[in-house]
Design a protein around this ligand. Structure first.
Ligand SMILES: Nc1ncnc2c1ncn2[C@@H]1O[C@H](COP(=O)(O)OP(=O)(O)OP(=O)(O)O)[C@@H](O)[C@H]1O
Length: 356
């Protein structure tokens, strides 16, 4: 068996390597470089991550290679983000980075030479009696990353290994301390999916520019203020609106007229919803909802520790989630991730469809 390990310079993948060594496996390690943009305009400070990865590789006698996927990252992941922002949708860079980069381009370039590829994700897999491999959640609900992995295909899932998947973050840190792994005291690495909120707005400014529009209170139609372009705002967003007299929630967008609709108050009903459609989901293994009917599920519409209970209504290939609780900020384009009622198995995810 040939083993590869994806190493980021952070604690999680360092401990993953340690645990593989404990099992007698010496993986070849790969550090993926996404660089700092086509014109070198973003400061990614990746040197430190590379240093950390090298220290771990030396300690465990592993080969370490740097794979430059800068061009592909900007083409596929950043391209997708800008596209979605322009369409008024809420993109998810972590999901797409896993799909296109770590398990997409990496697999084509390097991964295909290996039988298994290990990462430091907080997720697990299980094999049923028929030999089907399923993605299952981490015991650490705060760190669980199954939602980021839910767009992979079954081939990827069969190949992947999560050496720290059964552990809590605290346990991973303890191992790192005990083993004097250099990154033990580091913050989480930049990772390659580094595009957080700030980056999103920087990207939006660079690629889509600014275009002044109106901010309108949904209930009254009153004009509250102006904004620099609908692409800077996400449905459900509360912080960073800067309109005064808040809290305000973004509850809708009219992208044709460049209008942002907001709603006022802490408990505003307009910020919540209970029902929405999911575009054709990607099923990681089998589709457990193949027959029309109603199913008890849990789901997530964003990366939070909570799994929301609800029912999935399936009718002629259409998937509708009816939540048992109010859900804040149901944003078209964002992924709805589907789990069983015990939030043990993660079945896959699909984009939240535009309300019609
Ligand atoms: N630049 C990279 N090169 C290679 N693999 C990476 C890189 N960034 C992330 N990974 C892989 O993806 C996993 C999850 O990445 P994520 O960005 O979520 O980081 P994390 O949970 O903070 O993990 P870590 O502590 O290892 O950075 C990492 O554990 C690692 O296996």
């Amino acid at each position: 068996m040939r083993y590869a390990g994806l190493i980021s310079g952070g604690v999680d993948s360092a401990v993953a390597v340690h645990l593989m060594k404990e099992q007698g496996i010496t993986p070849d390690l790969f550090y993926i470089k996404i660089g700092s943009g086509p014109e070198g305009e973003w400061d990614c400070s990746a040197e430190e991550d590379w240093e950390m990865a090298s220290t771990v590789a030396r300690k465990y006698g592993c080969r370490l290679d740097l794979i430059d996927l800068q061009k592909e990252y900007w083409e596929y992941v950043v391209g997708y983000i800008v596209d979605r922002l322009k369409a008024g949708l809420t993109p998810n860079s972590d999901v797409m980075c896993n799909k296109y980069i770590k398990f997409g381009v990496f697999e084509q370039r390097v991964g295909h030479e290996y039988d298994r590829v290990a990462t430091g994700h907080y997720a697990q897999t299980e094999t049923d009696a028929d030999g089907n491999v399923w993605l299952t959640t981490s015991p650490d609900p705060v760190k669980d990353q199954t939602d980021f992995l839910a767009q992979l295909d079954n081939l990827g899932l069969r190949k992947i290994m999560f050496p720290i998947g059964h552990l809590l973050k605290e346990e991973v840190r303890d191992i790192a301390e005990r083993e004097h792994l250099a990154p033990a005291h580091r913050h989480d690495s930049q990772g390659i999916c580094f595009l957080g909120k700030i980056r999103f707005s920087e990207l939006a400014r660079k690629y889509l520019g600014e275009k002044e529009g109106l901010v309108v209170e949904k209930e009254t139609g009153n004009i509250i203020g102006k904004h620099p372009g609908y692409w800077f705002f996400t449905i459900g967003q509360r912080k960073g609106l800067g309109f005064g007299g808040g809290p305000w929630y973004v509850v809708g967008k009219d992208i044709r007229r460049n209008i942002i609709y907001v709603s006022h108050g802490f408990q505003t009903q307009a910020a919540y919803g209970r029902e929405f459609f999911v575009s054709q989901p990607n099923f990681l293994t089998l589709n457990p909802f193949a027959a029309d009917g109603e199913y008890d599920i849990t789901f997530k519409v964003r990366h939070t520790p909570e799994f929301t209970p609800g029912r999935l209504l399936v009718s002629r290939g259409r998937y509708k989630i009816v939540s048992a609780e109010d859900v804040q900020g149901i944003a078209p384009g964002q992924f709805a991730c589907l789990y069983d009622a015990q939030h043990h198995r993660c079945y896959g995810s699909g984009e939240i469809a535009q309300a019609r």
